[in-house]
Ligand binder design. Structure first.
Ligand code: B12
Length: 485
């Protein structure tokens, strides 16, 4: 079979290796063949996709995240099936893994794979010729008009499979200029996450399981990216890179001599517990910034989120600890949870002021809570009338596209006033402290923004900052959450 791997556009010129589909490419056995169409970097993706799907005996494998990717994937797949009725189309990734029923309402979609794809793909290719779909782990498909589900496969670490097939890509296309370096590549070195925060979609898919690649494997990949492809920076896209101190230390020591800057996502409580020696080794090895889910400035809300006992005071301690080691913390907050969201927002804004006072270099990212189907806050949302769409057309409606961006969550307790308050606060914050991650914003632009935002920030006058908004638009300022994960 000819397999077409499609990464729909997630973000214009998001120059990062499309790991979701590369993870599948590496397990496609001969004599099957594959080709990749990456809508993030291919200026001609639509034509390339049509050409590839026109070939006989072709299966189209599409990775789909909620948001921009879904909005591209639906019309593209629908049109391809209309034009090539024999093309079989399979989806995988977070969106179909969680909203499987809505996907299976679409007659043009042959099925979806829920969870990791490495074990499923070779089995699916056999099934497409021999017909034994029940043997494909994690598959949802249609048989005689009925939707059927197979059982999942045991989780395996990514390192159990062949390396990502860099040799089949034009790697220069994926070398991104970022705040970390001139040639930044991304890697993913663990599956899942060991925690069960009740607002995070990773829990829906992995249920608190985490399988890390061994440190020596991670070191080998980084060294290869540096040696063969000139990487001077690495972004680890793991849900939780730092879950195991010993592995982190071994990776840090193993890559220290390569001179690569790096970034990853971690937990505040875990990294507060790291020894001083580990922090020093991480900093020495080039760790520049860590993304942390700080979530809230309100202890009650943190408890409701199942953050493993995290307290507001811990966020401050981590901020100071990271600063003392020259590592920039990037704190992400999830506002607009049930209870008293206005009080929560006020407390969080207060905490952000303190964090910035203690460490002006820390980064702040603000999201609004959008439900995922897990016990806890989601139940409060459904009790208040919240329902997910049941068709993909509804998911594509203007009302729901704001939801995907974690901007307009459609939760019953959210008021337009609160959304406005958050957006105003964010505008002033981003003016007073423009993010370091926007490398296109020059020194002068940064300086001008800072100057313009200072008075409002100091005086706490965040209401309707129209002049700052206009300036940010003029400078094409990109908020960290627009680029975020
Ligand atoms: C890189 C990334 C992005 C990139 C785009 C990636 C791309 N494909 O082009 C960018 C930065 C643009 C992005 C954006 C967003 N992202 Co994003 N992103 C990620 C991240 C960090 C890594 C994805 C990755 O490469 N994983 C590594 C691969 C190997 O794993 P995988 O994707 O899970 O794929 C495996 C399986 O899912 C399966 N599979 C996947 N696809 C397919 C397809 C087929 C056919 C099959 C059989 C199997 C299969 O097999 C693969 C191998 O096992 C994940 C978190 C994570 N660590 O996975 C979040 C994540 C997927 N993103 C998420 C979200 C919500 C978003 C946004 C929509 C939200 C926002 N931040 O506003 C935005 C979109 C808005 C925007 N700014 O454009 C959520 C999804 C949660 C959910 N509710 O469904 C995640 C899980 C982060 C999180 N913890 O919340 N993202």
């Amino acid at each position: 079979m000819n397999v077409v791997l499609y990464n729909p556009r997630a973000q214009r010129s998001h120059r990062r290796l499309p790991l979701s589909v590369l993870a599948l490419a590496r397990v496609i056995p001969a004599p099957h063949t594959w080709e990749l169409v990456d809508d993030n970097v291919d200026p001609d993706a639509a034509a390339a996709l049509r050409r590839a799907c026109a070939k006989p005996n072709t299966a189209l494998f599409v990775t789909v995240m909620p948001g921009p990717q879904l909005r591209v994937a639906v019309p593209v797949c629908r049109a391809l099936k209309r034009e090539f009725p024999n093309l079989s189309i399979w989806w995988g990734g977070y969106f179909p893994g969680i909203h499987t029923d809505a996907c299976m309402n679409e007659p043009w979609l042959d099925g979806v794979v829920v969870g990791p794809g490495e074990a499923a793909v070779p089995a699916l290719l056999s099934a497409l010729t021999a017909g034994d779909f029940a043997a494909v782990p994690g598959l949802v498909w249609r048989e005689q008009g009925q939707v059927r589900r197979s059982t999942g496969a045991p989780l395996r670490a990514s390192a159990a499979f062949p390396d990502f097939p860099y040799e089949r890509l034009d790697m220069d296309r994926y070398a991104a200029r970022t705040f970390l370096g001139e040639r930044t590549f991304n890697h993913h070195s663990s599956v899942g996450c060991p925690y069960v925060c009740n607002f995070c979609a990773v829990v829906n898919v992995y249920q608190g399981r985490w399988l890390p690649d061994p440190a020596e494997h991670v070191v080998r990949v980084v060294r290869r990216l540096a040696r063969e492809h000139g990487a001077d920076a690495i972004e680890f896209h793991d849900n939780n890179f730092f879950a195991w101190e010993k592995r982190t230390l071994e990776v840090a020591e193993g890559i220290a001599d390569r001179g690569v800057s790096w970034w990853g996502e971690g937990r505040i409580d875990t990294m507060l517990g790291f020894s001083d020696a580990t922090w020093r080794a991480m900093a020495r090895s080039g760790l520049r910034m860590v993304f942390f889910g700080a979530e809230s400035g309100d202890d009650e809300v943190l408890a409701r989120m199942d953050k493993g006992g995290l307290r507001v005071a811990d966020i401050g301690s981590l901020n100071r600890l990271a600063r003392s080691h020259g590592v920039r913390p990037e704190f992400s907050f999830v506002l607009g949870t049930p209870g008293d969201p206005e009080k929560e927002a006020a407390r969080t804004f207060e905490l952000i002021r303190t964090l910035k006072r203690d460490n002006p270099d820390c980064e702040i990212i603000l999201y609004v809570y959008t439900p995922v189907p897990l016990p806890g806050m989601y139940d409060t949302a459904t009790a208040g009338g919240f329902r997910f769409p049941t068709t993909l057309d509804d998911w594509l409606s203007p009302q729901w596209s704001g939801f995907d961006h974690r901007r307009n969550p459609l939760t019953p307790w959210i008021t337009p006033r609160l959304i406005r308050q958050i957006s105003d606060f964010e505008t002033v914050l981003n003016a007073r402290y423009p993010t370091h991650t926007d490398v296109r914003l020059g020194r002068w632009g940064r300086r001008a923004l800072r100057l313009a935002g200072r008075a409002r920030w100091e005086l706490g006058l965040t209401r309707a900052p129209v002049e700052l908004r206009a300036m940010q638009k003029l400078l094409s300022y990109r908020q960290p959450e627009e680029m975020g994960f």
